[in-house]
Design a protein around this ligand. Structure first.
Ligand code: 4AD
Ligand code: MG
Length: 432
């Protein structure tokens, strides 16, 4: 029986040196008459490999000649020192076997955004997407590590829901055995249930918004990190979020310096994301804008994407804007002593990135909540359970929601949010 080949990753192969077996995909290929240069890639790195026609079997050499980039291949050989090669070593191949052929790989020169979205299933292998996905993975692990350390419980809110948490305009309706239901816009209301049992909770779920606007920061399906804490006011909630964002930035700076640099983000930018973040009130934000615009902004208007950009483009660290006008925030926001304002905040990404997160203290008094629901003409029948939370042992509490893709877009210094998720969904795109 033939001995089983022990394949190792490209990274391990460079550590081991000598005779090795590796496998992966052909990233680049250059042919001379009797020699083929292959740049082999796997998830750990890239290796230059040299295949000479007289060193391997004829049929294997011909097979390699026939194949284009992205064929999968197994290679055996000896690593030889060469200062011109990546990692100072190249593989002198003595056995080559194509595992999955590839001829005329479709991604060659046309790199328009739409084309790359059409072939996203293949473009995912690019070094750019690979880097972003590695950073995304670090982020998701870091989130859970942080909340474990801070004694939060992870929860799983429902995705099929009768409630509009964030208003009717962006709801995705769902026919549910004859009833009207929706895809969740936010797990917040369910997390509010969980705090009565678990104190501090978080969830990481898909959220859905039927966004008709085409912007660089909106998806119709995104991953939503949300938290909710009993006995917590707005100020302390902002403190929780800045710790979490700083923790994630430190982790990514440490674990993904190579990927960050490839994307044009200096890891030092992320190392500098330390608490505390600065906090300005909505009123102060309007003052700053009026000075910049040299014109009056009516109090109570929501900040547009452009205004958030103006406020944040010279900043290096995210910052909070708090005490927004009650009228522009959701029904559940608790009013301050001045009822025109509520305990609601946004975390604004620096360098012009704008809103990363929204959170605040929730209305915890039943009569006030009832009034708000009625004022916004929200039909009560599906909200009785939510009102029960205010009837039986209500507590002051607060929470937040942050879009994983928004956070990644800023951390990776990307223009479009579509690069942050494997299969972006927008109004015009639900394929592949
Ligand atoms: O500001 P939003 O709508 O707030 C809520 O959903 C609250 N219920 C969250 C909570 O308190 N539990 O959404 C929260 C965050 C935004 O700040 C943004 O980062 C992200 O979710 N987000 C989107 N990300 C990508 N595409 C979209 N269409 C998004 N809409 C919101
Ligand atoms: Mg918001």
């Amino acid at each position: 029986m033939k001995e089983k080949t022990e394949f190792i990753s490209i990274k391990k192969a460079f550590e081991k040196k000598g005779s090795i077996s590796v496998r992966g995909w052909i990233k680049r290929k250059r042919e001379l008459k009797d020699k083929i240069f292959v740049l082999l890639r796997d998830e750990t790195g890239e290796m230059q490999c040299i295949i000479e026609s007289d060193k391997i079997e004829k049929k294997d050499f011909e097979e390699l000649q026939k194949n284009s980039i992205e064929a999968s291949i197994e290679l055996k050989g000896k690593l030889k020192e060469d200062s011109r090669a990546p990692n100072d070593f190249e593989l002198m191949v003595n056995e080559s076997k194509i595992i999955g052929s590839s001829e005329n790989f479709p991604i060659q020169k046309d790199l328009s955004e739409e084309f790359l979205l059409d072939v996203r299933h293949l473009w995912m292998r690019s070094s750019r997407m690979t880097s972003i996905m590695k950073i995304r993975s670090t982020m998701l692990y870091a989130v859970r590590e942080f909340y474990k350390k801070e004694n939060y419980f992870e929860c799983s809110p429902a995705i099929i829901t009768p409630n509009a948490c964030e208003g009717g305009t962006t709801l995705f309706p769902l026919k549910y055995f004859g009833e009207q239901r929706f895809l969740s816009q936010s797990g917040q209301m369910y997390l509010e249930v969980m705090i009565f049992a678990l104190g501090k909770v978080f969830s990481l779920t898909p959220s859905f918004r039927a966004e008709k606007s085409k912007t660089a920061r909106h998806l119709t399906e995104y991953w939503h990190l949300e938290g909710e804490c009993a006995w917590m006011n707005m100020d302390d909630q902002m403190g929780e979020i800045e710790k979490m964002v700083s923790f994630i930035c430190q982790k990514i700076a440490k674990e993904n310096p190579v990927e960050l640099k490839q994307l044009g983000r200096d890891p030092k930018d992320l190392e500098a994301i330390r608490v505390p973040f600065s906090r300005i009130s909505y009123d102060e934000a309007i003052d700053v804008l009026e000075k910049k615009y040299k014109t009056k902004i009516p109090w109570g208007t929501d900040l547009s994407i452009k205004e958030e950009k103006i406020l944040s483009e010279d900043e290096k660290i995210p910052f909070f804007i708090y005490d927004y006008p009650t009228a522009i925030k959701a029904f559940y926001a608790k009013e301050t002593a001045d009822p025109k304002k509520c305990f609601s905040f946004d975390l604004i990404g620096p360098e012009g990135y704008g809103e990363l997160c929204t959170g605040g203290q929730r209305e915890d008094v039943n009569e006030n909540m009832l009034k708000k629901l009625k004022k916004e003409k929200i039909p009560l029948e599906n909200y009785n359970w939510y009102l029960d939370l205010r009837k039986y042992g209500s507590v002051p509490h607060s929470g937040f929601g942050i879009g994983i893709e928004r956070l990644l877009r800023w951390i990776c210094k990307l223009d479009s949010i579509k690069e942050t998720i494997p299969f972006p969904r927008t109004m015009n795109r639900s394929y592949p």
